[in-house]
Design a protein around this ligand. Sequence first.
Ligand code: ATP
Length: 599
Amino acid sequence: MTTTQIPARQTLNLPHILWLLLRQQPWRYACGELLPLSFFLAGRLTFSLLLQVFFNRLQQQSGPDLALWLLPFAFILAALMRAILGSLGNRALVTALFKTTQTLRHNILKRILERPGARPLPGSTGEAISGFRDDIEIFAQLFSRLLNVFALTCFTSIALVIMLHASVRITLFVFLPLLCVVIVAQSMKKRLEKYRVASRAATAEVTGAIGEIFGSVQAIQVAGAEERVAEHFSGLNKRRHDAMVQDSVLSAALNSLFGNTVGIGIGAILIMAAIARGSEHLSVGDIALFISFLSNITNFVQSIGTLLAQVTQTHVSLTRLRALLQGASDTALVAPAELYLQRPLPQITLPALDAFSELHTLQARNLSYHYPDTGRGITGIHLEIKRGTLTVITGRIGSGKTTLLRTLLGLLPAEAEAEITWNGVQVAEPASFFVPPRCAYTPQVPHLFSDTLRENILLGLPVGEEQLHKAIRNAVMEEDVIQLEAGLETVVGVKGVKLSGGQVQRSAAARMLVRPAQLLVFDDLSSALDVATEARLWERLFSEEQHTCLVVSHRRTILQRADQVIVLKEGHVEVCGCLEEVLEQSAEMRYLWLKDEIE
Ligand SMILES: Nc1ncnc2c1ncn2[C@@H]1O[C@H](COP(=O)(O)OP(=O)(O)OP(=O)(O)O)[C@@H](O)[C@H]1O
């Protein structure tokens, strides 16, 4: 059995990926970049040709004629056109680029959320954040540059024909530097790629360290490790600084090379024009035309150089984004996405409880999972849970209780021979199957967000106040809510730092209970709740209806209520049965029972 479906990986090349993204909003891109730029370049061409006519007339006649008057008008017209179309186009372009980047972010996030909950990211959080932020921005920059280069290429091609018509030899001199630039840029490609990878990795390390430091301020203070942490952080920053300097210096060197090479080209043209004879002779108008074209050709050359560097960067970014995709095809990366940029987000609704979702029996056979780094975990577990019963999993620390729950629920990928059935039908994808209204789960270490307590419980679920207060009461949280400064509207701080461990645990229980489910799974509430509070919670839960529960615990209060106790030892089921049976059959259980009494 596999818990996640990893589609056969389909790798697309970069141009194909860009094309698929461009195709999603061709009109926005056309209006945003190509149209204004084309008008600008058409205006620029007209202006250059008028300039040629003007200087030729000036050379031939004693005074200026109509061309002189046309020139400023043409210039003003072109500038006006550019300003109007540019500002209109800018809005379309910004929207198009934003949609493209958000589509990529949406698709990667979707893929991450499809992965089993315990292992959603392939690397550190910092690497993922840096991928979401920087690598995707690099895609947007490449898009913008490509469209720009496309328009400039059209301009340069027309300019080339006009220049060749004026003088073949001098025109070739203009394009010689361009050839040099392309050769130099290509030869630097590998080095630039190496520097880019290093600077991205260093940035990810710094981002990750910031996240870890903010997440463990208390632990650092308790250990008195402020100075050592600051030193470590400073070391990471130094590495990032060095990598960024190498990267930036090489990019800047290439850029300045492009600019200066073309400058030298302009000098060469002037010299060639000065010494040209016969058919190669250039008029003042031709020289003015060449020089006026050259500023745009400079632009073109620089853009080509930057484009080549950006293509290299984008290849590096694509490799990193593929790592976040974790085996999914590139088509998943560029698939059109519903973004809700201007419309309100759709309401979250719980799937309706159909006849099949009603639990009668849940069975697991040969459930195994071993952590790749330690080889520890659970092996060959069988279990059966019947409707309306309470099953308690117990065992020593590290015996595999949490691993068993997570593997059953698909949060860890079970090994191949495992089989999970719900009412006798095999569950192909436990991670997406064991969700409300079939199953709800409170983990041992719940995660709260830096939001109000209400939002932390509801997570956007549209339920009435009555249902919310019932869940809070069942989680034995109602007195705490009254005491909090703003009740349910209290902002609980990052990871719920403003709440006690027990309050965090019970908030998570309320989050679970507000979503009615056929199977309720609790992982060891006793780690954060005192005996009396935990007992009240079970009392309330079982007094109102016959829930089906799967609970990890070592507390006698819940063991005594259990219909079935599963005792785990070193990742195996040691014994399974009602409390009397397991106490009678297992020395391990007797040890755990006595230990709880002593504690
Ligand atoms: N992320 C992990 N990577 C590697 N090994 C792990 C990981 N999590 C747990 N283990 C190992 O797997 C075994 C089972 O761990 P598990 O957390 O399931 O035990 P547990 O019975 O739930 O413990 P506790 O009572 O402390 O919650 C342990 O030996 C533990 O060291």
